[in-house]
Design a protein around this ligand. Structure first.
Ligand code: IMP
Ligand code: MG
Length: 177
């Protein structure tokens, strides 16, 4: 399937599944080196990261648990605007190296909210892994430690990412035509 139609938009293939898996394995290999001797916990951010987290974690060889968090749609406001509450933290992450697994970092607002809330649990360190990164759209300055692909600011779907609820099942990444 080179093209798919979802709702009103047509998408064309942008990154083939084989190429995604190759990067995922390379990131896992780097993590296995970097995280040796560290007390690590992986935290996948739902929903978008489920496929990336699942493939990545298969190639992680350091002993570490994985858990999944979600940003609840509305909770309150900060001076900076709407804040979403991070839910699902059942593990004790104090003094641990936390690896955030994200599907995509666009403006970085979501990542900022996640990092600020996680810091409240006193982890030893927070590292960020994202499959996709849009550097031209990024407005924050948190380090992103592991990036699968840096991409232009096009709207994309597949491999966990959706357009209005659909497209997460696609094995490849597609960009809007
Ligand atoms: P940010 O807060 O602007 O960095 O956006 C991050 C969130 O927006 C991601 O977790 C996705 O849910 C969504 N998002 C950003 N860009 C895309 C895209 O190209 N396709 C699908 N979802 C996207
Ligand atoms: Mg997301």
């Amino acid at each position: 399937m080179n093209k798919v139609k979802i709702h009103d938009k047509t998408f064309e293939i942008s990154i083939h599944h084989d190429k995604i898996l190759e990067r995922v394995k390379a990131i896992a290999a780097q993590m296995n080196k970097d995280l040796k001797d560290k007390d690590v916990i992986f935290l996948g951010i739902l929903n978008g990261s489920f496929m990336f987290a699942s493939d990545l974690f298969k190639y992680i060889t350091v002993p570490a648990p994985i858990s999944f968090l979600k940003l609840a749609s509305y909770e309150g406001t900060f001076s900076s605007g709407k804040v979403k509450r991070l839910i699902g933290i059942n593990e004790d992450i104090a003094d641990k190296t936390v690896i955030i697994i994200e599907d995509i970092v666009d403006s970085g607002l979501t990542l900022e909210q996640i990092i600020k809330q996680l810091r409240g649990y006193d982890p030893a360190d927070i590292k960020v892994a994202t499959l996709l990164y849009k550097p031209e759209a990024y407005t924050k300055d948190f380090d992103i430690d592991y990036v699968g692909f840096s991409i232009p600011p096009d709207f994309i779907i597949g491999y966990g990412l959706d357009y209005d609820g659909l497209g997460r099942n696609l094995p490849h990444i597609y960009k809007v035509e």
